[in-house]
Design a protein around this ligand. Structure first.
Ligand SMILES: [Zn+2]
Length: 301
């Protein structure tokens, strides 16, 4: 099993186009240690031939272009080793890339029913349904082990289990549908040899952590380091809780107790001080045994 971090930033990426905070200035200036990041996404493969993406970020085109294993195989004129996409929620930062993946490429999309129904509200989805079998939606049932297959049923050698993680529905769906435990999920992806967990967004700790024991690696919500970071940075007054993100400083001690070989924070917002590897925030994270994801990072359990 191979896992590649395609993107490791929260919405807005790093630097964010309209942000002049200290971090965004530092990465634009190329200051040592500051790495540009795109919106959070993974590619996962059991066999090195077919790949499953976790989330489809707005930067998916760039993410695929810089990842050689995601290019068409030698001799393939039209086609992709990407078989399926699994969605953690309906946030635009996790679904906009689906529209970049059109080009008449058959694809399977795994999402909870509420996330799929949110997508189906949009007329643009028709561009992914140009012929029968173009895009095949398959519902993720909470707690159920699901085999991941390509659009035509091709095996990938991977399974996924989704469990509810405390979060909130996609901003553009608020008020139009009832909140549901299916709005935001943690995924456990497994091959015959290893399990890897992806819990990139959660507003509180919860039962989902119980499913992670024994995983070779787990990705956790690293959006914010502290509750009022946005205000501290001069980037508005929204506390982390209002966006359903539990800050690292509040989660790290509990997460340290989860029995997982590698613990990695991802979905890092551009305001987060731990983006500076020499900061006390980054040092604290490393000292507690955690890693901070970066674009291109590979995890081979
Ligand atoms: Zn910024």
């Amino acid at each position: 099993m191979r896992v590649r971090v395609l993107g490791s930033a929260a919405g807005g990426a790093f630097p964010q186009w309209n942000c002049g905070c200290d971090n965004c200035r530092a990465v634009r200036e190329g200051r040592p240690g500051f790495l540009p990041r795109t919106e959070d996404s993974l590619s996962v493969s059991a066999d090195g031939r077919s790949f499953v993406l976790v989330n489809a970020s707005p930067s998916i085109g760039e993410q695929i272009r810089r990842t050689p294993e995601l290019a068409p195989a030698n001799g393939v004129v039209r086609g992709s080793p990407i078989s399926a996409v699994v969605l953690t929620n309906g946030d635009l930062d996790h679904v906009l890339g689906l529209f970049t993946l059109r080009e008449s490429q058959p694809l399977a999309i795994y999402a909870t029913r509420t996330v799929r129904e949110g997508l189906e509200k949009n007329e643009m989805l028709k561009t992914l349904a140009r012929f029968p079998g173009h895009t095949v939606f398959r519902d993720l049932q909470l707690g159920a082990l699901t085999s991941i297959e390509g659009a035509a049923g091709e095996a990938t050698g991977l399974t996924v289990t989704a469990c509810a993680a405390p979060g909130k529905r996609a901003l553009h769906l608020e008020g139009s549908t009832e909140p549901s435990p299916e709005d935001n999920v943690c995924l456990v992806l497994a091959s015959s040899v290893a399990r890897v967990a992806y819990a990139a967004t959660f507003g509180a700790l919860g039962d989902f952590l119980g499913n992670l024991d024994g995983c070779a690696a787990a990705f956790f919500d690293g959006t914010f380091h502290s509750e009022n970071e946005m205000a501290t940075r001069g980037c508005g007054d929204k506390p982390a809780a209002s966006m359903a993100h539990l800050p690292v400083s509040a989660s790290i001690d509990a997460l340290a107790g989860v029995r997982v070989a590698r613990k990695i924070f991802t979905h890092v917002n551009n305001t987060n001080p731990m983006l500076d590897p020499s900061s006390s925030a980054a040092r604290m994270v490393r000292e507690k045994g955690f890693e901070i994801a970066w674009d291109g990072m590979e995890v081979v359990p």
